[in-house]
Each structure stands twice: as C-alpha cells, then as structure tokens.
Design a protein. Structure first.
Length: 189
C-alpha cells in the first residue's frame, strides 16, 4: 500500500528530486540534504529510511512525473507521426533538467539504474505501439514494428547506460531528439 505524504513531505520530495537532478546524489550526505532542504533528519526519513531508499524513491518519483508529462504530450498530438515525435521529444524534455552528474549517479546506483532501465523498456514498448498504430492507419510505410521498436530500445538502452554520451557527446535529451528525427525519417510513408 503506497504511503500518503503530507503536503510538506510532498514539497520536500519534489525539492529532493530537483536537487538530485541538478547536482546528482552520490556526493550528498544525509546531513547535506537536511541542510539544503532545511529539514530535520526525522522529516527526511519520512521520505526514505536511508540514503539508498531516498535516492530510489526520488528517482522513481522523477520517472513517474516524467511519464505523466510524456503521456500528456503524446495524447495531445494528432496523427501517428506527431505522436511519435511528441513522445520522444517529451522524453527529451523530461530528461533536460538531468545534469551529467545525475545521469552518472543513476548509472552507478543499482536501484536508480533499474528504475531508469525499467522506464526505458516501457518507453520502447510504447514507441512500438505507436509505430504499429501508424502502420495500421497508413501514416507510416509498412515496417516491421517489432524490429523498429527493438532498434529504438537498443538505442534507448545505450542512451540510458551513458554509451551514447561517451561515443557521441550527446546528452540524454539531445540523443532522444536525434532518435526522434532518425526514426520518423525512416518510417514515413
């Protein structure tokens, strides 16, 4: 059963996500967090019983909010091409506040890495569904949607792992923008 947070704890959870996105989390101690968030350790422990749990909960909160924003942008788009462009652009927008330190810390943190990987897998499946819808509606040429989705998933996993940044210099948000352009050029009718 999910824990219901007070309004103050909700604010702190959002501030914690913002702090982690901006600076990463590996170098921050619980003392740093209480000082930066202007709260007691007891208040902070309502968000997680340890730094490990705080990090995991904050990363999950970030991805949950990002998923809502991505789905809202996708739903507002009209037509298969616009939906895929909106989806991948919204993913890029959601990741834009994530600093290089945050991405590196996520990659090095098992719980956070699993959350990112889980969201990447869900996103790849969502793009596959959007490709299938576009093929069925005639908006896209006949393509093997599972192959397109698998290629997208592999690229998304490379983005998530930091491989794309290391080999191309593109940060996650920029890589998702390039991926959107590449995919749409390849599947248009």
């Amino acid at each position: 059963m999910p824990v219901v947070l007070s309004e103050r704890h909700e604010e702190l959870a959002d501030q914690l996500v913002e702090l982690f996105l901006a600076e990463g989390f590996r170098g921050l101690t619980l003392g740093d967090l209480t000082q930066r968030l202007r709260c007691s350790k007891t208040t902070l422990y309502a968000l997680g019983e340890s730094k490990e749990q705080l990090v995991g909960n904050a990363v999950v909160r970030f991805f949950r909010a990002a998923t809502g924003e991505v789905e809202a942008a996708t739903a507002a788009a009209d037509g298969a091409e616009a939906k895929i462009a909106a989806y991948l652009s919204a993913v890029a927008d959601a990741l834009r506040p994530a600093s290089a330190d945050f991405i590196a810390d996520v990659a090095a943190h098992p719980t956070a890495r699993r959350a990112y990987a889980r969201n990447t897998k869900i996103a790849a499946g969502r793009v596959r569904d959007l490709v299938n819808e576009g093929v069925a509606s005639g908006d896209f040429r006949e393509v093997h949607a599972a192959f397109v989705a698998d290629t997208i998933a592999a690229t998304m996993q490379r983005i998530q792992s930091g491989d794309v940044l290391r080999t191309t210099g593109l940060h996650d948000a920029e890589a998702y923008e390039e991926l959107a352009r590449l995919v749409l050029r390849g599947i248009r009718s």
